[in-house]
Structures are given as structure tokens and as C-alpha cells.
Design a binder for this molecule. Structure first.
Ligand SMILES: NC(=O)c1ccc[n+]([C@@H]2O[C@H](COP(=O)([O-])OP(=O)(O)OC[C@H]3O[C@@H](n4cnc5c(N)ncnc54)[C@H](OP(=O)(O)O)[C@@H]3O)[C@@H](O)[C@H]2O)c1
Length: 324
């Protein structure tokens, strides 16, 4: 069995932790001819104890994209990865609006890509997380070939990242992800999670405003993980040149009102507490595209993966949370 090295950059974040769990669970599998060694990076210190306890065999490295500090220790202790999944980002659009310079320095992974260029070319696949917010939001079901017209700093940094990666990496996959939802992570992340937030708010039996005119195709986190594992497996078993851009969303185009209704229906909350309002009625300190629903035909055809419906994803999320 050959040993293959996986590096999750931003392993302490929401997606990063779900990936850490799944890669570790798939370290040895009879369905492929390699074993995986998994390492991850973090930025805030100290590294959360639950992660150290849960993954004692995974090496962890402190890395700062802004200063490029930390990459050298990965070279020395881990060496060239076969696959890098980049989940590191300032992922909250409002935070990007407040500090555009930091958003650019972190969301465009130039320090990561330059470090990868120090290794043997063509041997590492970079899987990079982008966003549906690269689209303008003026129509439904965007396709990958539609022109990217981001409305906010977050989207602009992600477009710049896509350009930088496609010009500088010989092998890459860019995943334009919609809202990622699912169960909380082993070490809880600081930002609020969409389904849990809606559930918590409706549980208080207070009337709440939701936008009826903002549409997304939210993706269940475990489906996104399945996509990334499938791409990893394809690269490690075939080793063929890979330059892919994929929309990654669930099959349903839902408004914020419909998201809240799905949670309310599953949990038995009073749906009359959901008050539909227009997104234009609220100043969120950041421009938010109206309809960035995505066409996921390319994803389904390339990987033969069918993400779960939003209704089923809500059920999976809340039943998993109930078992915690
Ligand atoms: N969550 C969503 O709904 C969603 C939707 C579409 C696209 N995406 C994209 O998917 C990716 C993962 O999202 P997520 O929700 O998992 O993000 P997240 O929870 O905010 O995690 C971000 C990660 O980036 C690390 N990080 C922050 N600043 C850094 C720096 N200066 N240098 C190096 N690492 C740094 C954080 O480390 P510490 O935790 O140690 O500080 C953390 O591990 C991001 O690219 C995001 O833009 C997310």
C-alpha cells in the first residue's frame, strides 16, 4: 500500500473539521490502493483540545496566510502533500467589507500557492473552496461559464483567488460552494450555523423576519465532503491532469423564508412566526446578491454524486444535533 499525504488548510474551520473527520475515517479502505496520512493547519491559537484528542495521529501546523509563516515547518515535518484542500478564508462577507486588505491577503491564497511551487510540479492537486457569491444574482441557476460579477468584497476576493489559482497551479479544482449547512463540529466554530440559528430563534416563539427574495442552493456539509473525497480518490488513483471548476450546491433553490419553513415544519414550530420581508428592507453592511442559485449539472455528471434535498438535509442536521 502506498502512503498518500493530505493537507487540510484551515482544518479548524467548519468545513475543515468535517473533512478532518472524514479523511481520518477513510484513512485505510479496501476500495483503494493507498493509505492516507492526514495533516491540517490552524490559525487561531491555541489549537482546540477536542481536535488534538480526536486526531492524535494527524500532524497540525500553525500557518498564517498573511505573513506566509508556517509553511516551512510543513515542508520539514510533513513534506510535499499529494492533495491540499484549502478551506482557509475570511468566510463572513461583512468581515471582508470591514477589512478588505486582510480579506484579500487571506482569501487569495498566494502564499499557499507559492509554497506549493517549491515542490515537484504536477504532483499535488489543490482543491480550493470558492463561493456562489462570485455571481451577480440577477437570474436563477447560474452555470460555471456564466460571467462572474461579484457584488461585495468577499466575492471579489474569491474571483481573484480563482484567477490566481488557475494561472499558477498545474492541477486544481475550484468548488463554488453555496451555503454549507449541517451538524456542529467537534470543536464548535465561533460563527452561527444556519439551521441551528433558525431552530433556536423559532424555539423562542418570537416573530422573525426572513427574506422572501434571496435565493440560494444550500449544500449539506456531508455531501460537500463526499465531493472532496471523490475528487481526492480520482486524483490519487488516476493521477491525470485536473483543471476543474464546479458549482457545488444542493438540488433545491430556496429563499430564506423557505429555509425557515423547512426547519419549522421538521421541528413542529409555528410557521406563522416567519414573517417574509424583502432583503432591501434591511441594511446588513454588505451587498448581498439576490438570486445566486446554481445549476449543478456539471457536478452531478462529473462525479455521479447527487446531493440531498434541502428538506432531507435539515432532517439529517437536526437529528444529528439531537444525538449530541
Ligand atoms: N460556510 C459556508 O456557508 C460557505 C459557503 C460558501 C463558501 N465557503 C467557503 O468554504 C471555505 C470553508 O468555509 P468555512 O465555513 O469552513 O470557514 P471558517 O469556518 O470560517 O474557517 C476558516 C478557516 O480559515 C482559517 N484562517 C483564518 N484566517 C487565517 C489566516 N490568516 N491564515 C491561515 N488560516 C486562516 C481559520 O483558522 P482558525 O479557526 O484556527 O482561526 C479556519 O480554519 C471558505 O473558503 C469559505 O469562503 C463557505
Amino acid at each position: 500500500m502506498s502512503k498518500k499525504k493530505i493537507l487540510i488548510v484551515g482544518g479548524t474551520g467548519y468545513l475543515g473539521q468535517h473533512l478532518l473527520q472524514s479523511y481520518n475515517a477513510n484513512q485505510t479502505s479496501q476500495s483503494h490502493s493507498y493509505d492516507l496520512t492526514v495533516a491540517f493547519t490552524y490559525h487561531s491559537t491555541p489549537l482546540p483540545q477536542p481536535l488534538l484528542d480526536a486526531f492524535p495521529d494527524s500532524q497540525s501546523f500553525h500557518v498564517d496566510f498573511k505573513s506566509a509563516i508556517g509553511f516551512e515547518s510543513i515542508s520539514n515535518a510533513f513534506g510535499q502533500p499529494d492533495v491540499v484542500v484549502n478551506c482557509a478564508a475570511i468566510s463572513v462577507p461583512r468581515a471582508c467589507e470591514i477589512d478588505p486588505a486582510s480579506a484579500h491577503a487571506i482569501n487569495v491564497p498566494s502564499s499557499l500557492v507559492k509554497w506549493l511551487q517549491s515542490f515537484q510540479q504536477n504532483s499535488t492537486l489543490l482543491i480550493h473552496l470558492s463561493t456562489d457569491q462570485v455571481y451577480e444574482g440577477e437570474k436563477s441557476f447560474y452555470k460555471e461559464e456564466d460571467i462572474a460579477i461579484p457584488l461585495n468584497v468577499y466575492g471579489k476576493t474569491k474571483v481573484a483567488a480563482e484567477k490566481f489559482i488557475s494561472e499558477n497551479c498545474p492541477n486544481f479544482v475550484i468548488l463554488r460552494s453555496s451555503i454549507i449547512y449541517g451538524p456542529q463540529t467537534l470543536s464548535p466554530v465561533p460563527k452561527s450555523l444556519p439551521i441551528q440559528w433558525i431552530d433556536g430563534a423559532l424555539s423562542k416563539r418570537e416573530t422573525l423576519e426572513f427574506f422572501h427574495d434571496e435565493f440560494r442552493c444550500p449544500i449539506y456539509v456531508k455531501d460537500l465532503v463526499t465531493v472532496i473525497l471523490a475528487l481526492t480518490n480520482q486524483w490519487l488513483s488516476e493521477g491525470k491532469k485536473m483543471q476543474l471548476l464546479l458549482n457545488v450546491g444542493g438540488p433545491d433553490r430556496v429563499s430564506r423564508v423557505q429555509m425557515a419553513e423547512a426547519v419549522a415544519q421538521f421541528r413542529g414550530h409555528d410557521t406563522s412566526l416567519i414573517k417574509p420581508v424583502s432583503a432591501s428592507s434591511v441594511d446588513r453592511g454588505v451587498k448581498s446578491p439576490a438570486d445566486i442559485s446554481m445549476d449543478i449539472t456539471r457536478l452531478v455528471q462529473t462525479l455521479n454524486i447527487n446531493p440531498v434535498s434541502f428538506k432531507d438535509g435539515v432532517k439529517l442536521t437536526l437529528t444529528t444535533e439531537a444525538k449530541r
